[in-house]
Design a protein around this ligand. Sequence first.
Ligand SMILES: [Zn+2]
Length: 397
Amino acid sequence: MYEIYFSETCKEEKIMSECFLCKNETATLRESGYEWRIICPNCGKLVITDDLYSDIKAATGECFRLPLPEPDNGYRYLRVPVADLFFKARCVAAERKLKDQDEYILVYDYKKNELLPEVGNFYHIGIKEFLDSFPATHEVLDRALLNLGRLGSGIFGESIYIFETEVKKEIPSANINILYASNKNVAAKILINLKENNFIEVEEMNYQGSFFEWKFYISAKGWDRIAGLKNTADKYSEKAFIAMWFDVKHTRGIREALKKAILSSGYLPIVIDEVPHADFIMNRVINEINEARFVVADFTCINEDNKKDDKEDDKIKGGVRGGVYFEAGYARGQRKKVFHTCRKDSASEKRLHFDIKQINTLFWEPDGESIKDRDKFIDDLKQAIWAEVGKGPRLRK
Ligand SMILES: [Zn+2]
């Protein structure tokens, strides 16, 4: 499931070798009718829907009309210069890759049903939300420093390299996109600023003529700054992490309701499907919780006694779904607000661990593919979110 977009081959597939966003020539670009799949050393793995790709492509040299959904299902349009769009997109994509948050589907409007469903880790990101995560001018230096901190092993004194275009293998290195620099002159100014603030110690620098190569390490003061920034970053996050049992048969209705409640309270729901026996998914979970404003944890757990061969059975024999408890506990340890939900039935309620029984839990009951009193449940959760963490950044207007 995880590799679906990149391992599947399609009948009328076209393959190219220039990244659509950053123009890196060692990337692969596959077209398969509905979408473009990109694997790029700078931008990582991502998918762009064909309608979005074709519209951006057709707008080359002019302004791109970015449709903004209106509450009444209409649209108004924002004009974005195409050069700006590519510059911002390649920087945001580079940062997402560094944060291990590549693997997404760029769409026009994340609220709209698209031809491409969300699969595995690949969730929808609207093009406007994507571009909006580009930093404001006064944030550029901090965001660039955070990215530099993500490059290497984190060991003090390790040298880091920044090049104009290339990414060198086997050493912590990146190109200027991670600095939010549109060209090497801006990149040099950003690095000089970081140096003058004593956040980096430069070992070698060469940015004369067509050359651009910097070698440096992050100073003690720089690491201190990074630690401080990480502590405050989640206060502005628009993300909300959903911790739950990912089983389509039993939890589709509640999964959709939780996503709806989070969206309508102004946040972006992050759902990560459970991939058994894959350790790397845990890094992603930790990353996403770190970045999230709050967590919604659903403690539902259903035992099917008549299905002895079902692998899922093993996981609930102990009585609870450990992953959800782990994620909710980790989030609390990070001092994030955690909202609890659970299916109202004896099996789930019996298994709700003693320690969390005293915490307010929003119960729900299944109703076919959906849940009973869905609108009320969504509104209750939304009100709880607004009361505890406030309205989300997506409710600007
Ligand atoms: Zn790229």
